[in-house]
Design a protein around this ligand. Structure first.
Ligand SMILES: [Zn+2]
Length: 147
């Protein structure tokens, strides 16, 4: 499958859905979409200080692919920072070992190996599976759920 995009392995869910700048009126606020795998690239290279080779291995991708991902993530951050845009973290081409939920009541994010029916924090059943698309399409090759 020559054009298949291999899933990028992600080991940690971001603790937020994104960022908003101060001092920009909501009506003027535009946003940049950052994919989960781009967030992961920043986390591994800049936060955990891994080399690009080590980070690529963690994500189960080649080093050149990692470099492209990382460069894209940096571009998006600098664009948001310089142009005063919000960053929304969602979507992409990735896989995880676990289920990611967000509680719509207490806003807790939960990462779990088994499916949940209620929030572990407040027991609300008002929870959203964040990586449903990705799990549903797992193993079926190319998947992009960017919007
Ligand atoms: Zn909750």
């Amino acid at each position: 499958m020559p054009n298949r995009i291999r899933n990028r392995r992600i080991s940690q869910l971001p603790p937020m859905e994104g960022y908003k700048p101060f001092g920009v009126p909501m009506r003027d606020l535009e946003s940049v979409t950052m994919f989960y795998e781009e967030y992961e690239a920043i986390r591994l290279a800049d936060y955990e200080d891994l080399s690009q080779l080590e980070a690529a291995e963690r994500m189960n991708i080649s080093r050149p692919t990692f470099t492209r991902l990382y460069d894209k993530a940096r571009k998006k951050i600098s664009k948001a920072f310089v142009e005063g845009k919000a960053i929304i973290i969602k979507g992409g081409t990735y896989e995880t070992d676990d289920y990611w939920y967000k509680c719509d009541d207490c806003k807790e994010t939960i990462s779990t190996l088994k499916p949940l029916t209620q929030c572990r924090n407040c027991e609300s059943d008002n929870i959203t599976l964040l990586n449903e698309q990705q799990r549903r399409h797992k193993g079926r090759g190319r998947m992009r759920n960017q919007k």
